[in-house]
Design a protein around this ligand. Sequence first.
Ligand code: ATP
Length: 286
Amino acid sequence: MSRHHAGAQAAPALTDPRMAADFQPVAQALAQHWPDVKLEVCDSVDSTNSELMRRARAGQVQPTLLVARQQTAGRGRLGRQWLSGSGLTDDDADGEGASLTFSLGLPLAPASWSGLSLAVGVSIAASLHPELRLKWPNDLWLHERKLGGILIETAALDGGRQAIVGVGINLGARGDTGLARAPAWLEELLPGIDAPQALLRMTGPLVLAIRDFELRGFAPFRPGFSQRDALMGAPLTLSDGTCGIAQGVNTEGALLLRTADGLQAITSSEVSLRPGPVPQAGIPAS
Ligand code: ATP
């Protein structure tokens, strides 16, 4: 099979033309909003984010939407694993459930980067279904189960940064995943939806949202996040042991937590959240 990108360690294998044809409407939608962007669909890659990071570090920064039929080492935050099925459709998924994984890489120069994963989540949830909720800072939830995740990374360029916006979404029913919490999948809401259709729904709005974020930051996305905030009012325990009640997010996208010591703005990506019982003593009622 031909190699798309000589020089990179794990360059993805180019897919067959039939699969690329399935994504033709996505290419057209991209061209409408953003003529410079290149759409690539590959059979298999370790992680679409990793591939675009390697390219950025090698100076290849052409805006690219990279879709993978299969990821062999999908990543979440903090080195966690992102599991995806073995294909874009249930036909080739060996009972694992179809999934969609893609990354969008582009040079970006926002005044502040804070809140980008939330803005991306707002755009994706709005594109896919009104029942979807967002769990700060990077998860898409359906009825308290995780439907998808967003992983944003950046690479330094001469005089700027390349943003890599990675998205993984479960499309089809997943069997025993071994995950501590059962996942959700998009076909629960949109029966029969496949990867090209899901991507087509998201592409145009996502490109516009990222451009809007670059110009205006997170603030314009805050109302959309609040509407879908899965944690609003929930008792939370942070990984550093801090307990509190979630109070939404501020204009920078920081999580607001009402604690015994007052309102705290949580920004650190080192924080993991586990909704659950917390001692209420000492936490003011409002
Ligand atoms: P958490 O969801 O536990 O708070 P996180 O948001 O910090 O974790 P992410 O980087 O978003 O972590 O995603 C990685 C985690 O998501 C994994 O540790 C695993 O628990 C879970 N996970 C991995 N693959 C899937 C999947 N296909 N569907 C649902 N959940 C998944």
